[in-house]
Design a protein around this ligand. Structure first.
Ligand code: PGA
Length: 248
């Protein structure tokens, strides 16, 4: 697991954009795995800027998002479909972009179809991940066992509380979601995990304490051969040099 500590959120976003840009330069028809939440907003802003100003070309790129609330309408302002369209897809020339369908009548068959589409695309080349304060990746919540396939999952209290900031008073917040499982995430050829903010310092510290905590889903990423973690200074606050040596 490679680790890069940046001075600021803006630096973290630029370094992440460099990695995505290098991926597309090496393989113009890359399949990207994408994440939502506040963490990758700076990355998406930087990719849009590079597309507009330096011609970063997404015309052969396809993407698959990690997750979507269920049930939720595609045009609901809190849906990840809406988030991705407004922050990235409508502003670049991406060839095709997929998310799990939060309006599917049959969520089980939607999950199967989603995995089949990822497989048909040849799997994910570069998977971008954020992390929950509880260590979740996608909506794979802390548990004693982890699901391999895309699945319908119950969100934990910790995630519901963290994400309630996005829902206005009285607006119904979905308590379940469709999420890629560990199969598609770990099948990615490389993984880029972004960790930002002081509220993630505690989970980041555990990620680098030399142990694989099985109740922190992101900690299992130590078992993947090509993971880069980029942290901003606030998130890296609690990490000591000793932990860094242990993690490498
Ligand atoms: P955040 O969410 O970027 O909004 O903190 C990350 C996550 O829950 O995976």
């Amino acid at each position: 697991m490679k680790r890069i500590i940046c001075d600021s959120y803006e630096d973290m976003s630029r370094v992440a954009a460099d990695i995505v840009e290098a991926q597309i330069a090496c393989k113009p028809d890359s399949v990207l795995g994408l994440a939502t939440g506040s963490t990758p907003l700076g990355l998406y802003e930087e990719l849009v800027r590079r597309h507009r100003e330096s011609g970063l070309n997404f015309s052969k790129v396809r993407s698959f998002n990690l997750d979507e609330y269920y049930p939720i309408g595609k045009d609901h302002p809190q849906s990840y479909n809406y988030y991705m369209n407004s922050n990235l897809f409508s502003k670049i020339n991406i060839a095709a972009a997929y998310l799990p369908d939060g309006e599917a009548d049959d969520p089980m068959s939607e999950c199967k179809n989603y995995d089949a589409k990822i497989e048909e695309a040849g799997g994910i080349d570069l998977q971008v991940l954020g992390i929950g304060v509880n260590g979740h990746i996608g909506f794979n919540e802390p548990s004693v066992s982890y699901t391999i396939t895309t699945h319908l999952t119950q969100l934990t209290e910790s995630t519901l509380t963290a994400n309630s900031r996005n829902f206005t008073d009285g607006e119904a917040q979905p308590e379940t979601a469709l999420t890629m499982g560990f199969g598609a995430i770990f099948g990615a050829k490389s993984i880029l995990l972004l960790i930002s903010g002081g509220n993630k310092a505690e989970v980041a510290k555990k990620l680098f304490d030399g142990k694989i905590h099985t109740d922190i889903p992101a900690a299992l990423l130590h078992l993947h051969p090509d993971v880069t973690v980029i942290l901003d200074k606030e998130a890296a606050g609690g990490i000591s040099n000793l932990m860094i040596e242990n993690a490498n």
